[in-house]
Design a protein around this ligand. Structure first.
Ligand SMILES: [Zn+2]
Length: 455
């Protein structure tokens, strides 16, 4: 069953398959800037990318290489270090550790390689050097190096920026600060000459001391760890322009070949229908939701409730709905026995929905349709595969669930059958036996679950 995913460059839905003969699927996902805790909007992107990773692992077992970078030097990280009067590396280590802890709580698989910008200065300098030699870049009077956008015909193909925004000049406001040094307003920095504000955070280069521009790190790290051409490059829609447009320009001019076969962007998260912002007080972190009594797994579930290519409005109500859905799934799982049931992949429709352009709300819908239909009758493996793809760790959701021993499950099955046959006397007697064994049986319309008797 092929995985099909929207491609932002061609605006088509394309099949995911490794392009190279070794059969390795090369997947690059732009990572966080490590200067503060990531907010739930950031985690929407990382959770969606984790579902892509999981689908790839199921489809190409042992043949997936996933790289996600850490931006550990830029204006924001340097400013944070200076405000706190701490070394940059100490600040970025603190927020890297926090990011890893949050990702683990959200059950995101770690990437196979997690390169840092400061760990790849040499690779970035090498790439800029090639761009200089090929005439795609120039050194300004202050020692900064800029990419010459007019030297790359393909510029704007991803974002359609030439037609939409370049003419209006609106997209370029962010780079207006260094406009004096550039030959053209649309050119962007590959290397930033050292300024007093940067403190000790500077490296040597053929153009003088300085630090890399942000965009070049992804081109350089992708090349180093995945090669010149990759299969899939992803990120949030806010990275489409200028970041990804600039990555394409740098990589294709340097390497002289296609950069990525496939581009995928997930949409923004809104909170209560509004854009997240500090001033509105709606910019949640995972810790803030946990402090309100929610489980991290409920956040993961809530982030999957909307189609990844549409804006999703998050609310605390959606967290309550997610907690309750997870409890239902956990109870359902407790009724399943390995190898029992219908002997077919009952939960296949969940994966089908995910393979169809990562339709996570349809996948969750299919999951519950099947859960409601087949209590206790399906093979646990089929359910577990669907749950793995969604990345829902049911053991991490709400209170931990104990697994009933086989003898207890057998008693429960007997009692369920007695109840279905309306033999209530037998059902009551069996319930007492279960209680005596330390288990209570919770009846629902379409099945039951077992929980240890609360002491
Ligand atoms: Zn990037």
């Amino acid at each position: 069953m092929p995985i099909r995913l929207h491609d932002s460059l061609t605006r088509q839905t394309l099949e995911l398959k490794p392009a190279q003969k070794d059969g390795v699927y090369r997947f690059y996902n732009c990572g966080p800037t490590v200067y503060a805790p990531a907010h739930i909007g950031n985690f929407r992107t990382f959770v969606i990318n984790d579902v892509i990773r999981r689908l790839l692992e199921l489809e190409f077992p042992g043949k997936v290489k996933h790289v996600r970078n850490l931006t550990d030097v830029d204006d924001k990280t340097i400013r944070r270090a200076q405000d706190e009067q701490r070394p940059l590396a100490e600040v970025t280590r603190q927020w890297t550790d926090k990011f890893h802890a949050d990702c683990a709580a959200l059950n995101c698989l770690p990437p196979h390689v997690e390169p840092t910008a400061t760990g790849h200065i040499h690779e970035q300098v090498d790439m800029i050097d090639v761009l200089m030699k090929k005439g795609n870049a120039y050194r300004a009077a202050d020692g900064s190096v800029y990419f010459k956008v007019s030297s790359f015909d393909g510029y704007g193909a991803l974002s359609r920026v030439k037609e939409r925004e370049l003419q209006a000049g609106s997209a370029m406001k962010a780079t207006a600060a260094d406009a004096d040094e550039k030959e053209d307003v649309s050119d962007f920095a590959l290397w930033k000459a050292h300024k007093p504000d940067d403190g000790a955070n500077a490296w040597d280069s053929p153009w003088g001391r300085g630090r890399p521009g942000w965009h070049i790190e992804c081109s350089a790290m992708s090349k180093k760890h995945l090669g010149d051409t990759i299969d899939l490059h992803t990120g949030g829609v806010d990275l489409l322009f200028p970041h990804h447009e600039n990555e394409i320009a740098q990589s294709q001019c340097c390497n002289g070949t296609l950069f990525s076969h496939h581009w995928y962007h997930s949409e923004h998260l809104l909170v209560d229908g509004k854009k997240m912002s500090k001033s509105l007080g709606n910019l949640y972190t995972l810790d803030e939701l946990v402090a309100k009594g929610f489980s991290p797994m409920a956040l993961r579930y809530a982030l999957l409730m909307g189609h990844p290519r549409k804006q999703l409005s998050f609310s605390l109500d959606s967290m309550h709905a997610a907690e309750s859905a997870l409890t239902t799934l956990k109870n359902f799982r407790a009724t399943l026995l390995p190898g029992a049931g219908l002997g077919h992949d009952a939960f296949g429709p969940v994966l089908q929905a995910l393979h169809d352009d990562l339709n996570t709300p349809a996948a969750l819908g299919a999951l519950f349709t099947i859960v409601n239909r087949y209590a206790g009758e399906v093979d646990a493996a089929s359910f577990d595969r669907a749950i793995f793809a969604l990345g829902l760790d049911l053991n991490a959701a709400a209170a931990p669930q104990a697994t009933a021993p086989a003898a207890v499950t057998a008693l429960a099955e007997k009692r369920w059958a007695a109840k279905q046959a309306k033999d209530f006397a037998a059902a009551d007697a069996l319930r007492k036996e279960l209680t005596g064994a330390g288990w209570s049986m919770l009846d629902r319309k379409d099945g039951y679950s077992l929980e240890p008797v609360k002491k």
